[in-house]
Design a protein around this ligand. Structure first.
Ligand SMILES: Nc1ncnc2c1ncn2[C@@H]1O[C@H](COP(=O)(O)OP(=O)(O)OP(=O)(O)O)[C@@H](O)[C@H]1O
Ligand SMILES: [Mg+2]
Length: 267
């Protein structure tokens, strides 16, 4: 703990990119960080140097194994990833059905990890509501709801505010904050939407991240933005976001720093 859920009613807003880069930034600051992929796209691992051909993950074995920590992979230093893994449609259906029917399924599977002292856990979700977001949200300390500075994001904002995004789960125990990604000051609509969002959300909006081509290029080369282009606007914005997150959650930078070598599996 703490557990931070990165989610959105909208797809393609940068959730996975944010989880990976925030994890990297927090780990670089000396914290031990685990990024968990709750999306069947299984793309998060690609940000952590796991090869495309490596389909290992926790979901395929989740219904048989009570503890999913054995599927954690080290990404070097303080950074770890728990990939969703390659699954058959049946395995995905079974996993989602179990999450929906057994309220302790997720907390048992992730229990060892969530109780690891000083570990910061970031979870990445597919867009919209779903069994995984509802289940993991019950244990969350913070939600980072990600939007773009566009009109469709504005129309989807009520789904977060009225709780539709979280299904039956009451998230009043979690600090729900918003991040505006791909803000482009050169586009009038982007500026106007950003203004409306800022007025409507007040201090619940904790970051605005510039549209920055170096993010796309960093992702394509499987590097964190901080390695690929440390002086970029996006690197600056994401670093600021990580400072806000640690400050809001009362995380002491450098808590729980333990060093592991890259490539090892297990936690
Ligand atoms: N600040 C940014 N500037 C420019 N491009 C960005 C930025 N953030 C993310 N992107 C790009 O936006 C695209 C979508 O990013 P990403 O896959 O992280 O979104 P997502 O919300 O996880 O998508 P999905 O809903 O499919 O899971 C990617 O091509 C990524 O490189
Ligand atoms: Mg994603």
């Amino acid at each position: 703990m703490p557990l931070i859920c990165v989610c959105s009613p909208k797809g393609g807003v940068g959730k996975t990119t944010l989880v990976a880069n925030l994890a990297y930034c927090l780990a670089r600051g000396g914290n031990k960080v685990l990024a968990i992929d709750c999306d069947v796209q299984n793309a998060l691992r690609l940000h952590f140097g796991v090869p495309l051909t490596d389909g290992r993950g926790y979901v395929a074995k989740a219904t048989e194994s009570a503890d999913w920590s054995q599927s954690v992979m080290s990404a070097g230093g303080n950074l770890f990833v728990l990939p969703y893994g390659d699954v058959t449609p049946q395995q995905q259906t079974d996993f989602e059905a179990r999450m929906a029917s057994d309220s302790h399924f997720i907390s048992r599977g992730l229990g060892t990890l969530l109780n690891y002292p000083g570990l910061i856990v970031l979870a990445d979700f597919p867009p919209g509501p779903g069994a995984a977001l509802s289940a993991v949200s019950r244990m969350a300390d913070m939600h980072l709801v990600t939007f773009l500075a566009d009109t469709s994001s504005l129309t989807l904002l009520p789904r977060v505010e009225n709780g539709t995004l979280f299904g039956d789960t009451d998230v009043s125990g979690s600090d729900v904050r918003y991040v505006l990604n791909q803000a482009n000051n050169r586009r009038r609509i982007s500026r106007e939407v950003a203004d409306v969002m800022a007025r409507r959300l007040g201090d619940r909006l904790i970051a605005s991240i510039h549209y920055d081509e170096s993010v796309v290029e960093a992702n394509a080369s499987q590097q964190a933005i901080f390695d690929f282009s440390p002086a970029s606007a996006a690197a600056f914005d994401i670093e600021l976001l990580s400072k806000k997150v640690t400050s809001l959650l009362g995380i002491t930078v450098g808590d729980g720093a333990v060093h592991h070598s890259p490539g090892a599996t297990g936690f």
